[in-house]
Design a protein around this ligand. Structure first.
Ligand SMILES: C[S@@+](CC[C@H](N)C(=O)[O-])C[C@H]1O[C@@H](n2cnc3c(N)ncnc32)[C@H](O)[C@@H]1O
Length: 321
């Protein structure tokens, strides 16, 4: 078996030929696309989008128009995947390919698509690639991925962090956000709930830094206030800016499926760099994640405000940076 990425196998075996234009939805970095001309990439996750741009690809957060072929790479959200398959079928004049691992639910998506269209399938490396000629997909698939008001009254969509309701960790941080003053930054702001709690009368500006483009679009709808700025950005690689009086965060802890404390550690360092010398960092984290050393390394004063329901709440002051 060749070492080529899974989606390339049907091309290598002569079952498919490259079309005159290709749209690739949600690829990871370094997908082996070198044999294709005229490639557009849809990637809303900022760090991956920038890496693909640096590799010479044309990248958009959300694609529109028509393409000779569309390749959908799966995310962990079934509703988002169904919506992307439906969008791909609407945008493609040729085959639609779906590429994913078993852990991303490729089997159940294959079953669903088989009910709507004749499908070709190849298996490789704990996953599958399947393809079909575009036909109209069930309307419910597009609708399943659409933005809608969640049970807390905020606009969200499947695939976003805690899209159905406010995260328990964020809810625990919220009471500490009353009465904030000056310039505030929210690192990994998602669809904007924490920032909305922080936006009291004495806040002069709040900047939402978020890597997922869709989540930031939702936040734009949730926070209609002239003091709010939205930055599609990688918190781990922010250009120098600020200083901020307060930084708040419920940092991400997953890179794909595995818990990755390095992400939160990177957010702690970013907070220290953004803050004014007398600034304050308020952070909530899962109890089992080891952030104490990073906080002590980056700030002169660190305190734990609370520890309950599986979360720890930290306040760190006076960055060493
Ligand atoms: C734990 S969630 C918190 C979301 C939101 N603040 C809340 O309370 O619901 C972390 C957020 O960080 C975002 N994120 C992940 N990696 C990031 C990065 N490198 N830069 C900026 N945001 C990132 C995720 O998309 C996610 O929305």
């Amino acid at each position: 078996m060749s070492a080529a990425p899974r989606f390339l196998v049907p091309f290598e075996q002569g079952l498919l030929a490259p079309a005159e234009s290709l749209l690739v939805i949600r690829p990871a970095e370094g997908l082996g696309l070198s044999g294709f001309d005229n490639v557009t990439i849809e990637q809303g996750f900022f760090p991956v989008a920038r890496a693909l741009e640096a590799a010479g690809f044309s990248v958009v957060p959300r694609a529109g128009g028509r393409f000779g072929m569309v390749l959908v790479n799966l995310t962990r959200s079934k509703a988002e995947n169904l919506a992307n398959i439906a969008r791909a079928a609407a945008m493609s004049t040729g085959p639609v390919l779906v590429n994913g691992a078993k852990t991303e639910g490729i089997e159940s998506l294959l079953k669903a698509v088989k009910k709507v269209a004749p499908v070709e399938v190849l298996s490789k490396a704990h996953g599958k690639v399947f393809w079909f000629a575009p036909v109209p997909m069930p309307e419910a698939w597009q609708a399943a991925g659409a933005m809608a008001r969640n049970r807390d009254g905020f606009i969200t969509a499947p695939g976003m962090f805690s899209f159905e309701k406010v995260d328990a960790g964020s809810a625990m941080l919220a009471p500490c956000l009353q009465g904030l003053k000056g310039r505030v930054a929210d690192l990994g702001a998602g669809w904007g709930w924490l920032a909305a709690q922080a936006l009291g009368p004495d806040v002069s500006e709040i900047v939402l830094f978020e890597a997922e483009h869709m989540a930031l679009e939702a936040a734009r709808q949730n926070l209609r206030d002239p003091r709010v700025r939205f930055e599609w950005a990688d918190v781990l690689a922010l250009p120098k800016q600020g200083p901020f009086d307060v930084v708040i965060s419920n940092p991400p802890f997953h890179q794909s499926r595995a818990a990755d404390p390095a992400l939160g550690v990177g957010f702690i360092h970013a907070a220290a760099q953004l803050l004014a010398p007398r600034g304050r960092f308020l952070m909530v984290a899962n109890r089992q994640l080891p952030y104490e050393r990073a906080l002590d390394g980056a700030f002169r004063k660190v305190g734990m405000l609370a520890q309950e329901h599986g979360f720890k709440l930290f306040e760190a002051r006076n960055p060493k940076a």
